[in-house]
Design a protein around this ligand. Structure first.
Ligand code: FEO
Ligand code: CA
Ligand code: CA
Length: 669
């Protein structure tokens, strides 16, 4: 038996392991970039319809003040801070911070306490904060209120690593497979989502509360399936021969949410956990990256242990090994890769996987602007090199009476809709191509819409979607309705493989693209687009540093992305390629509506992109939200590489940083 510090070090490493690669776009790309950069005013500003607020009273109504929104004339009131490699958190002068909710924090605030040597048991981990914090959202208490000193933080835990385990790592055999079932259970319980009640005291300090909302959803929690795929043969397993439920959620990365007070946990790299010994691996699995070992978790290696309950380990191996699908886990992979709706306000509710929204390696899932009497659109990313950007449009029209509708509203809006994938054209227009079984290319490949949704990646290949440079989070400008999308990086795009929306070969630093739906219509099938900013180090040649970034705002690998309701765009980074400042990962801010001209970041406007936050050494900065009064900001630190937050000699732990202003004012403005 050996101790091993593998399998997983950080989320960028996950993508370097990903064996699945769709077709690449081989259209030659010459002067399209220059043409695109010289184009002006393709994207419309302004607002033609009144938007209803996603955050009650939180500022979207300000949109009606003027075409550019009532508050976007405001400027960022902090100066860009320096980047740097030190093992500390940097915020601007005049700001306070507090670190809370590190991995292992007991959800009752008392016990079992975290053991710094990794000796907490599986049962203890099941009621402690999970590992590797990621997407996050604040839900005011009571539900539907605008409270800013009491609420629920919902936090994704993307993955786990060796720090979970006592000693130098988990117990493994000579092939690197786990050998200790209790360690595997602890690993399973470190995944998923945390719901944590938080309260701000008179002194401005936040603390955990525990009035019954706190809970963990792990990779073992019973979860319902709903929508067109639920109950079909595609999701029949030995756990549920009716195909109406599954267990657990994994690799919850960017966050999603709804206008009715629920959370959407994304399931990104599930293929890292599930394995198959099939040879060859069928396309339905290989296109999703399933392999013999995944990312090395190999939880099925301890299957058959006398302590195993109800196939808790066996289910991670999807090899057909019994007479029928109801007797094995061949279809288990089809029960992951969905958006998982969670009602944080109802601690007894079961999460629901919404199959109508399609099965991809889900990153963010943010709605566009919400209009009474119109369908609602969610914008969804598939984070893999050369994968795609999707849109789901509800069949139901938004009724504000559903604003606190919980999972029932989820059934209404998320189980019946249409799925689209984006195709970007050279002239700055684009098309949403519907993934419907009525499309001839899809009817020739699939037998039902349930298959189209389950194998959405294959469907998107067949309709010629535009291969992107790893789509991560998207977010909606509350003032203009434009959708912004991070394309984090792609160093495997070679010259000749560029396309207009992904115009850099060897795109080491990534970029952010912006879309505007035709006529502000959530259900539009056409859009216009432009590239908002290109990541770069400051000293790069202007042919690469197209946005003219400087030491004050150079960045690479944009990932987390969020518009607050005042129109401030927050950009978070994940393992950026080398920067001149040698800076750790960071968070920047800009007010796009306040930029002159075409509202793109260019050398003449770049100074308005300001660095607000720098994380500790080795971390990724991911996950951000604010209280409705904009006076408290929550930011997650994932996989710190030094000794954050407990100091030298301690294991690093992912945690949530809480930021406020010393003068109690609104953050950033
Ligand atoms: Fe988990 Fe796409 O970053
Ligand atoms: Ca991410
Ligand atoms: Ca990432």
């Amino acid at each position: 038996m050996t101790r091993n510090r593998t399998p997983i070090r950080d989320s960028q490493a996950l993508h370097d392991l990903d064996p699945s690669t769709p077709h690449t776009d081989s259209r030659p790309f010459a002067d399209i970039l220059a043409a695109r950069l010289s184009r002006r005013d393709t994207l419309r500003g302004g607002l033609s319809l009144a938007a209803t607020t996603l955050f009650a009273g939180a500022g979207l109504s300000a949109c009606s003040d003027s075409d550019n929104g009532g508050r976007t004339a405001a400027k960022l009131t902090f100066d860009s801070i320096a980047g740097g490699p030190e093992d500390l958190v940097r915020v601007p002068p005049g700001y306070n911070m507090q670190v809370m909710l590190p991995w292992g924090t007991p959800l009752n605030g008392v016990a079992p306490t975290f053991n710094g040597d990794g000796t907490n048991t599986a049962a203890e981990q099941e009621v402690q904060i999970g590992s590797n914090h990621d997407g996050m959202k604040f839900y005011p208490l009571p539900a539907g209120s605008n409270t800013s000193d009491h609420g629920l933080l919902v936090i994704n835990h993307e993955y786990s690593n060796s720090t979970l385990f006592a000693g130098d790592g988990r117990s493994e055999d000579a092939d690197g497979k786990p050998t200790d079932p209790d360690e595997v259970r602890k690993d399973i319980y470190a995944h998923g989502v945390s719901v944590v009640e938080m309260v701000r005291g008179m002194n401005g300090e936040w603390s955990m509360a525990n009035t019954g909302f706190n809970r963990r959803i792990t990779a073992a929690t019973p979860i319902d399936l709903a929508g067109p795929v639920a109950g079909t043969d595609l999701v029949v397993t030995a756990y549920d021969a009716t195909g109406m439920s599954t267990r657990g959620t994994v690799n919850n990365c960017g966050r999603g949410f709804t206008p009715w007070g629920t959370y959407l946990a994304t399931e990104e790299n599930f293929q890292g956990y599930q394995t198959t010994q099939e040879d060859p691996v069928p396309e339905e699995k290989s296109r999703y990256g399933l392999s013999a070992t995944g990312f090395g978790y190999q939880w099925a290696a301890v299957a058959g242990d006398p302590s195993e309950q109800n196939g808790e380990f066996a289910r991670w191996d999807t090899t057909p090994n019994a007479a029928t699908a109801a007797l094995d886990y061949r279809n288990a992979a089809n029960t992951f890769g969905w958006l998982v709706e969670i009602d944080p306000y109802d601690p007894t509710s079961r999460p629901v996987k919404r199959t109508g929204m399609g099965r991809i390696l889900h990153e963010g899932a943010e709605p566009g602007r919400v209009f009474e009497g119109r369908p609602i659109a969610w914008y969804m990313s598939d984070d893999n090199r050369f994968d795609y950007f999707y849109k789901y449009v509800s069949n139901a029209n938004w009724d504000p009476a559903d604003a606190n509708g919980g999972l029932q509203a989820g059934s209404k809006y998320l189980d019946n809709g249409r799925l689209y994938v984006a195709k970007f054209a050279e002239d700055g227009t684009g098309e949403w191509v519907e993934l419907d079984i009525s499309v001839p290319a899809l009817a020739a490949r699939f037998t039902s819409q349930a298959e189209v949704l389950t194998y959405a990646r294959i469907a998107a290949d067949l309709v010629g979607a535009t291969p992107m440079d790893r789509p991560e989070w998207s977010t909606t400008d509350p003032n203009t309705g434009e959708i912004y999308l991070t394309l984090t990086n792609n160093t495997r795009r070679s010259e000749g493989d560029e396309n207009p929306a992904n115009p850099r070969a060897n795109n080491s630093h990534g970029h952010i693209i912006r879309l505007a739906e035709a006529n502000d219509d959530p259900a539009a099938t056409s859009f216009t687009w432009d590239i908002f900013v290109f990541g770069s180090n400051a000293s790069a040649d202007p042919s690469f540093n197209i946005s003219g970034l400087t030491l004050d705002n150079e960045f690479g690998s944009p990932d987390g992305l969020w518009f607050d309701a005042r129109g401030v765009l927050w950009i978070q980074t994940d393992n950026g390629a080398p920067l001149d400042s040698d800076s750790n990962d960071q968070m920047l801010a800009v007010i796009p509506a306040g930029l002159e001209g075409d509202r793109l970041i260019r050398p003449e406007t770049q100074a308005q992109l300001k660095r607000f936050f720098v994380g500790p050494a080795g971390c990724e900065v991911t996950g951000v939200d604010m209280t409705p009064d904009y006076r408290t900001m929550f930011v997650n630190i994932q996989h710190p590489g030094g000794s954050f937050p407990d100091g030298p000699g301690n294991r690093p732990r992912s945690a949530t940083v809480i930021i406020s202003r010393e003068d109690g004012g609104e953050i950033a403005l």
